[in-house]
Design a protein around this ligand. Sequence first.
Ligand code: BGC
Length: 392
Amino acid sequence: MFRLSKLQGFVLMLVLTLVVTACGGADTSEEGASADAGGGSEAAADDGGGGEGLVAVLLPDSASSARWETDDRPAFETAFEELGLSPDDYQIQNAEGDAANQQSQAEQAITNGASVLVLTNLDSGSGAAIIQNAKDQGVAVIDYDRLTLEGDADYYVSFDNEAVGRLQGETLVQCVEEEVDAETPQVAVLNGSPTDNNATLFKNGYDGVINPKFESGEWAEVDDQSVPDWDNQQALVIFEQMLTAADGNIDAVLAANDGLANAAIQALKSANQAGIPVTGQDATVEGLQHVVAGDQCMTVYKSIGEEAQAAAELAVALRDGEQPETDATVDNGSKEVPAVLLEPVAVTDDNIMETVVADGFRTVEEICTGDVADADWCQEQAAGGGASEASS
Ligand code: BGC
């Protein structure tokens, strides 16, 4: 189930492609090769100095998921530094959920001399406008994590997002089989934002697994609702209403990320019903804490370090005037966008150590805080070799 090496394989493939491209086209092959071999940051420093202009990363918000500020921002800082950019060569901004704000951040970055934008859009319409404006001024754009439908991005870096949804559906099926006694499990579905193409892909993935259960009558669908802008507060209200309308009769929840999962878990706790299978995504500290406490059955780990690194490598290559090749393309409705798609990993309390902890994404210490430290999983790590395994 754990596929870290596959993840690494993808990045390695991108790296090799970049190296090959550099060898074929320019005089930067040695720098490219040593920089990408990992740890060759001095050679990378030369490489990073070769291009011109700012690389501007435009993050969407800090409320729909902890990932953007907690994981993506530091991952980009590390990646740019390793690629030899100085803090003057890049900037990372967050639109805080405001599309107009993101638009002006993009314009400001271009005024300040940006040559590449790395964009996580708030919706495809505003994203496409940002991209068009950038392209008109000769600025390259990478769609980061979220594809801008009918946009003109030069590249797209993300995960196999239907696979994310499939993992959520498949793991929910396992958890329901193991933990739910009800004759016909009553299952509620909380989707992500209708304006986020990823939410559509996640849903395609999990619907493919759970819809057959609903259709055969093995499970009953309590409700299926989308949460505008992935807004965690609205998710709470929506889920409370579902729970009330169902007279409390909900046995499991397909929630599209850890923020929505947390909203459902808070409502279930208020109703003294927590402890049923709930899915999530992002392997946030909070999500993992719910997993070890038994309130959430799984989360999805997406190696944001590798995602940001892949985007940063493309951005630096574009800044250097290269046109790196990728091994995939994705149709955005108006063109085929060269893409890097990484593999997600399902995380349950059985493989936290081998996945997020082994990868250095999370530590046992940050998961096992407060009341969570009393959870069996935390006790086992404290008693056994778990913690030392974590640091190896
Ligand atoms: C990302 C998820 C994130 C969600 C809310 C999606 O586009 O892929 O990782 O949880 O947005 O920010």
